[in-house]
Design a protein around this ligand. Sequence first.
Ligand SMILES: Nc1ncnc2c1ncn2[C@@H]1O[C@H](COP(=O)(O)OP(=O)(O)O)[C@@H](O)[C@H]1O
Ligand SMILES: [Mg+2]
Length: 218
Amino acid sequence: MVVVDEVFKTIRSVPVLDGVSAEFPSGAVSVLTGPNGSGKTMLLRVIAGLVRPTSGSVEVDGRKLHRDAPFPESIGILLEGPAFIGSLSGRDNLRALADLREGVSDAQIDDLIARVGLAGFGRRRYRTYSLGMRQRLGIAAAVMGAPSLILLDEPTNALDDEGVVMAKGVMRAVCDAGATVIVATHDADVVQDVADVRWRMAQGRISHVTGEEGRRHE
Ligand SMILES: Nc1ncnc2c1ncn2[C@@H]1O[C@H](COP(=O)(O)OP(=O)(O)O)[C@@H](O)[C@H]1O
Ligand SMILES: [Mg+2]
């Protein structure tokens, strides 16, 4: 579970995050919607520990970022434009990332590659991947090793219809396994099909979307 408490982030006197307080439960997919520039990516960066808020705090599973630990202990992230090494294959990129963690086997990497629809492409160099294939590898990297916190920024960007179905299935599966999943998206299909909880951002502020619209269950 992630608890964001009164987070402000001011960049060159512009309030990019303007008093954001929100809770993101584990075992659920929380979706962030809102117009371009409303602060979704910045909030994900703050939750990941990549950006330090000007004030306010973020707690991940009871540990305060920057006080108890610089980063969440177990995290997978897909931010805009996943960064992989072009000269390595998709599979070797995942292997290199897996080596930074523990207990991800080659067999699990191959399963993951198949799961995101890259079977047959795993051994091709990343630089030859299409945009959609890169996004698929980014999704694989974010969920690899079953992290307890998974942050996905526009995960369905550049995906074809089948890719969107895959991404929704992956989000559902990791949250059913107990992860805290936070997704920034414009994709109405994702909001409709996988959002357990909805938050809307506008001009650096956040509000809970409640009622019929906000909940997939009930
Ligand atoms: N490094 C930065 N320096 C200055 N302004 C930034 C920086 N990163 C983001 N911003 C500004 O913060 C606001 C929120 O951006 P962002 O979180 O990327 O929005 P969203 O993801 O909702 O489209 C935008 O106005 C953007 O211009
Ligand atoms: Mg963004």
